[in-house]
Design a protein around this ligand. Structure first.
Ligand SMILES: Cc1ncc(COP(=O)(O)O)c(C=O)c1O
Length: 222
């Protein structure tokens, strides 16, 4: 409402949530973007993206011509793989969300974890708004192990979870933002954004929840 009052458009990156969990156009957004590389394909087999809007003029004259002139067009094979993934998206998201809830609950009470960030936890500052506008809380979470060394030790010892910077895959992926995705960010800016040295990001996959929990537990005990 604030943006529209000032004549601005609202663009939402819905990659983490997917349309199964959250539908921003229905909530008043003008444009939704997705990295289809993530949950929509779901199997880590393509790199792609999607722009969705119900503003036909913006799509045809703005976004459509930009795509045409810059040539950002996926191959037929990548479209086929993405479409294959799309067919199981509702089923996958249901299990991703259930597994993430179990993992977040486990981490939240573990003595080696100083903070767990997941909107499904009532302690999360965004919990109420997420509960209002999302059908489930997604499967991306982060937790703090208190120090750079503790985070690295954890990541060195996971066996089922895979150390990788992507997300939204059928497999559980873990990464260390301070040394990987956000390494290029100024350390002070990182801390201001809540990206501490001990933070570990997890994209909870579709393995049996007890297997993920067992792997996380043994790596935390090292
Ligand atoms: C939330 C989000 N949006 C967009 C992107 C960009 O994705 P891609 O590399 O597939 O263009 C990423 C990549 O990590 C992401 O995490």
């Amino acid at each position: 409402e604030i943006a529209h009052r000032h004549g601005a458009r609202v663009v939402v990156d819905n990659t983490f949530a997917t349309p199964i969990v959250q539908r921003p156009l229905a909530l008043g957004a003008d444009v939704v973007v997705h990295s289809t590389t993530k949950y929509i394909n779901g199997h880590g087999t393509v790199i792609g993206g999607a722009v969705v809007t119900n503003d036909t003029v913006l799509m045809e004259e703005g976004i459509g011509s930009l795509i045409k002139f810059t040539g950002g067009v996926p191959s037929a094979f990548d479209c086929w793989l993405t479409n294959l993934g799309l067919k199981t998206l509702p089923l996958r998201m249901r299990q991703h969300v259930t597994n993430a809830m179990s993992v977040a609950g486990f981490l939240h009470t573990h003595p080696a974890v100083t903070a767990t960030h997941y909107p499904g936890l009532t302690s999360h500052p965004g919990h109420e708004i997420a509960a209002r506008q999302m059908d489930g809380f997604g499967a991306m979470l982060a937790f703090d192990l208190g120090s750079y060394e503790a985070a690295v030790r954890f990541l060195d010892h996971v066996r089922l979870c895979t150390l990788a910077v992507s997300l939204g895959n059928i497999d559980t992926l873990v990464e260390h933002p301070a040394s990987m995705t956000h390494r290029v960010v100024d350390p002070q800016d990182r801390v201001a954004a809540g990206i501490t040295d001990g933070l570990v990001r997890m994209s909870v996959g579709l393995e049996a929840a007890e297997d993920i929990l067992a792997d996380v537990a043994q790596a935390l005990d090292r």
